[in-house]
Write a protein that binds this ligand. Structure first.
Ligand code: GAL
Length: 973
């Protein structure tokens, strides 16, 4: 095995061994190694592409993926694994290029093999390695021969290494990254490290060249900076100033191309000048505080698994930039090395994490945890060495992370010491070091908002997790990051804005990394060919963790979820504060001014544009503000008036087109227009039979048709198909008095029968131009109930529905919603879309409202729901004013929502399925065939929270049983 070194772009010859290999899978590791022999006949073997994971090839012929979060999918018997150990044998021929005869060495490089492998060349055993997401290079000089050669690789799915690779993801064995052969020239450059620094407009290069003396003289060139530095021997190599340079930052990722040339080889390194430093409790780059608006990024692709797809990765990173993401934690292992090139180029602050997690030892009280077992010390040091050495040249990497959820112990401390000695230019992160014994930043995951605030505050007596008071005091002297927060599983999370507010209130808090960027769904299909994205359990795993792997801000098919839009709005780098005639624009960025932006404004009356233009905004420096006069906005007497200001890209970038919206804000300029109070009516008398009121037809008090279409309802709907957060039990419950430790809200809703409400009609009465029913709604075996009074009336010739709901005493949980449900059977022309004036364009919930803007929107019924991997509540549009249900583009029913007495407006959802149907489906394909549209108008909805892994809904956004009123005007078309 060769020593770890940088993954360099070199002009020395190389030969890719990617492509079809011969492949055989065996159920056990105990096999003869006869296949390694050159003469072995593999003609009966299959063919498998390299790179790939064998479980994702051959349609199940080579086993299936397994998903576990913490659990080990094999007995906890370290360092042993069962005899049932799928083992893949690979073989291929390659022709050694003729001119490689002059090479001093031939090196065989594996960029990623899961989990343990051995290599033979022409029957000669070369060595073996583990460290799945790490690079391994073997010297095969003595084994190769001119002309035809055979390379054989044996890969075991399970090994001792599996105990330290227990990350929350699919187990995906195989040679899944590139295999390459490198001709190493005599006098070549073995390794280069161009450390850089930046201060006061000037750059510095501190080189480290690893090369044989015969490589010298070695020349460093940075043509753009006029640098041509010749070192005649290794002893000459010394730091140099680079003169006046532009710094590298995530916002302005200025790179310079450097070459290092010796006698026989030139390597090219793109350098960026920046200085990373911790000063007191501040994390600084180039002397300025960094705020991480980050994502945890796994390598995952619905067809390829962890096999790198550069185009897909680039598109994904460009998407991050478009959504104002400025940082990446490479959870929980080094990505494909090219990803760091992309991060350098597009601009991200990267926390580069080592391939290490031993979380499964939690199940045995951390007994035998490799992190504190001297037998594992060498393996741990090997892992961190490979991690740092491979990627050390990247300016985007601003911190090294030792790994994730591996408990704590001497081996982690030793890793940190090794990094501190090797790279003095980057701090060390590891969340499991709760007391700060060997790391440089204080890091936590899923800390609640109050707890995060306490961490940011001096003088707080609150103890820190796992710390004595003294240790806590030490941690408070350091910069704080949330290496994971805002668990994005299913619909959610809420409260992103609360975390963001803290970052601006407490400079010690440096933001964090959302868990996580993408769903890890694997593209598969049902027996009848219906495609879907699989999660844990879908491949018949013995132990698995279900859909806990579907917790991304982007769905498996690359669709950004509404929560990503929320994130974008919450962390937008500009803030706008309006007065009557000015807008103050604050630039919150690290270092970029606003010169690349253009500012637009528009005025809308009830969502219809009436004026607009471009604002004249001076360049606002990072950290600065500018007060800009606003144009005069025409204000409507009989409509809402909204002013919108957008900051958009003035020119295209590598990640977005010109005109891309970076930040936006709205100001409500509406004149007050109080809603007419409900008209009291008297003289109610019992009614029966049929009745017509304007566009509504009733029989025995129940609505039958509206505007000529069959309609059932309104029916009280208290249930929503539980979100993953509703099903969650994590987090401290004290924050929300309605939660019960260890019991999900969804379980309480099912206990109370919210999903199976029944109705007893207590009265039907009419009076002149009006109909009134009173229902008692309750569930089997429950004494709790809700009174629902529905009044239909004609007001100024228009049909009005007023629904008053009032809970009985005794309800103890939060409610998912208080709504009324209208069923709209397809009957000829199905309701297939909506136009509305309200908030949109996407769904919003009380604790996730920042991406919702007020305007006029149109959507097909399918677009109104998000296809979460596990069907759940989706589609709520808050604060609707007017809604037109459409069929094939034509309006069929127009609903105007009047504010209630406190000025609150309802929201709506329109879907092809009921909450109960959605709640029963574990995958989208399990939803039944639909025969009706379902309109639910909600007086209120419960927030989202992130209790799938984190805090519950914050009390002000939790919906407690309460009396509410919904008031709607209904018209045809
Ligand atoms: C964290 C862990 C992540 C992931 C997350 C929950 O504890 O570090 O890898 O499992 O929880 O989705």
């Amino acid at each position: 095995m060769r020593p770890a070194r940088s993954w360099l772009h070199s002009d020395a010859p190389s030969l890719s061994l990617n492509g079809p290999w011969r492949f055989r899978l065996s159920p056990t590791a105990h096999l003869a190694a006869d296949f390694a022999d050159s003469a072995f006949d593999d003609s009966a073997w299959d063919t498998l592409p390299v790179p790939s994971h064998w479980v994702l090839e051959g349609d199940g012929a080579y086993g299936r993926p397994i998903y576990t979060n913490v659990q080990f999918p094999f007995p906890i018997d370290p360092p042993h694994v069962p005899d049932e150990n799928p083992t893949g044998d690979y073989r291929r021929h390659f022709a050694l290029p003729d001119d490689w005869a002059r090479a001093e060495a031939v090196v065989l490089r594996f960029d990623g093999v899961e989990s343990l492998f051995r290599v033979w060349v022409n029957g000669r055993e070369i060595g073996g390695a583990s460290g799945s997401r790490l690079c391994h290079e073997f010297d095969v000089t003595a084994a190769v021969r001119p002309g035809d050669n055979v390379v054989a690789v044996r890969v075991h799915q399970w090994s001792a290494a599996s105990y330290v690779e227990d990350q929350d993801q699919w187990w995906l064995p195989g040679v899944f990254r590139d295999v390459t052969l490198h001709a190493r020239p005599a006098g070549g450059i073995e390794d280069v490290w161009l450390r850089t620094g930046y201060e006061d407009g000037h750059g510095r290069i501190d080189p480290e060249i690893t090369a044989d003396p015969s490589a010298f003289p070695v020349t460093l060139r940075v043509p753009e900076l006029g640098i041509e530095q010749v070192w005649t021997g290794p002893a000459d190599v010394a730091p140099l100033t680079a003169g006046a340079v532009r710094p590298w930052t995530a916002e302005e990722p200025r790179l310079y191309t450097a070459t290092v040339s010796g006698a026989a080889e030139t390597v090219t390194v793109r350098i960026g000048f920046r200085t990373v430093e911790i000063r007191g409790d501040r994390f600084l780059v180039n002397g300025r505080r960094v705020v991480f608006h980050g994502m945890n990024r796994h390598e995952t692709h619905p067809e390829r698994g962890r096999v790198f797809d550069e185009e897909h990765a680039r598109a994904d990173l460009a998407r991050m930039k478009r959504f104002n993401v400025n940082a990446i934690r490479t959870s929980h292992y080094p990505p494909h090395p090219r990803l760091l090139d992309l991060a350098d180029e597009l601009g991200f602050w990267v926390v580069l994490e080592c391939d290490l997690e031993t979380h499964g030892f939690d199940a045995v009280g951390w007994n035998g945890n490799p992190s504190d077992d001297p037998a594992w010390r060498t393996a741990y040091l090997d892992r961190i060495t490979r991690t740092v050495e491979r990627d050390k040249n990247h300016p985007s990497i601003v911190m090294w992370s030792l790994g994730n959820e591996a408990g704590t112990g001497a081996n982690l401390a030793a890793m940190a010491s090794w990094v501190h000695a090797r790279d003095t230019g980057r701090p060390v992160h590891y969340e499991g070091d709760h007391t700060g014994a060997y790391t440089d930043v204080y890091s936590r995951m899923y800390a609640s908002v109050p707890e995060t605030e306490q961490i940011g505050t001096d003088g707080s007596a609150a103890p820190l997790l796992g710390c004595t008071p003294a240790q806590g005091a030490r941690q408070r002297t350091r910069p704080f990051v949330l290496c994971e927060y805002a668990h994005a599983m299913g619909n959610g999370p809420g409260a992103l804005d609360q975390y963001e507010d803290l970052v601006h209130a407490h400079p010690r808090l440096h933001g964090g990394f959302v868990w996580e960027w993408r769903d890890h769904g694997i593209a598969t299909a049902t027996a009848d060919g219906t495609p879907y994205f699989a999660y844990g359990g879908d491949f018949g795993e013995v132990v698995h963790d279900g859909n806990f792997v579907m917790d991304g801000m982007v769905l498996s098919d690359d669709v950004p979820t509404p929560s990503l839009h929320e994130f974008k709005a919450v962390v937008q780098p500009l803030r706008f504060s309006f007065t009557a005639d000015t807008v103050e624009i604050a630039n919150l960025r690290h270092s970029a001014d606003t010169s690349e932006l253009r500012f637009r404004w528009r005025a809308e009356h009830d969502g219809v544009r009436v004026a607009g233009g471009v604002l004249d905004v001076p360049v606002v420096p990072a950290g600065g503000t500018a007060s800009v006069p606003l144009p005069s906005v025409p204000v409507a007497a009989d409509a809402e008036t909204w002013l919108t200001v957008d900051a958009v890209l003035a020119t295209a970038t590598a990640w977005a087109p010109e005109g891309h919206e970076v930040a936006t804000a709205q100001q409500d300029r509406s004149l007050p227009r109080p809603a007419a109070p409900a008209r009291p009516r008297g003289d109610w008398r019992p009614a029966e039979g049929t009745l017509t009121l304007g566009i509504a037809e009733f029989a025995a008090g129940s609505l039958r048709r509206l505007a000529g279409r069959p309609v059932t309802g309104p029916k009280l709907e208290l249930f929503r198909a539980p979100t993953d957060n509703d099903e969650g039990t994590s987090g401290e419950v004290a924050e929300s008095d309605a939660s019960i430790a260890g019991i999900s809200n969804a379980a309480l809703w099912r206990r109370d029968g919210l999903d199976r409400l029944t109705t007893r009609r207590m009265s039907v009465e009419t009076t002149e131009g009006a109909l009134r029913t009173v229902d008692r709604v309750s569930a089997a075996n429950s004494g709790l109930w809700v009174a629902v009074e529905s009044t239909w009336s004609l007001e100024d010739g228009e049909l009005e529905l007023r629904v008053e709901t009032a809970p009985s005493r005794g309800w103890s949980t939060v409610w998912p919603r208080i709504g009324v449900h209208f069923e709209l059977p397809d009957a000829g022309a199905p309701v297939d879309g909506a136009q509305w004036f309200g908030t949109g364009p996407l769904e919003s919930y009380p604790d996730s409202m920042r991406a919702a803007r007020t305007g006029r929107f149109t959507a097909g019924i399918g677009e109104l729901s998000v296809e979460y991997a596990r069907p759940q509540e989706t589609g709520h549009r808050s604060q609707v004013r007017e809604l037109v249900l459409t069929s094939a583009g034509t309006g069929v029913l127009r609903v105007t929502a009047l504010p209630d007495a406190r000025g609150r407006r309802p929201g709506f959802s329109l879907a092809r399925h009921t909450p109960q149907q959605i709640a029963r489906a574990a995958h989208p394909f399990e939803l039944p065939a639909s025969t009706a549209g379902h309109l639910i108008v909600d007086a209120a909805q419960h927030g989202l929270g992130s209790r799938a892994c984190g805090p519950d809904v914050w009390p002000p956004f939790a919906l407690r049983p309460e009396a509410r009123t919904i008031r709607l005007r209904l018209r045809a078309g």
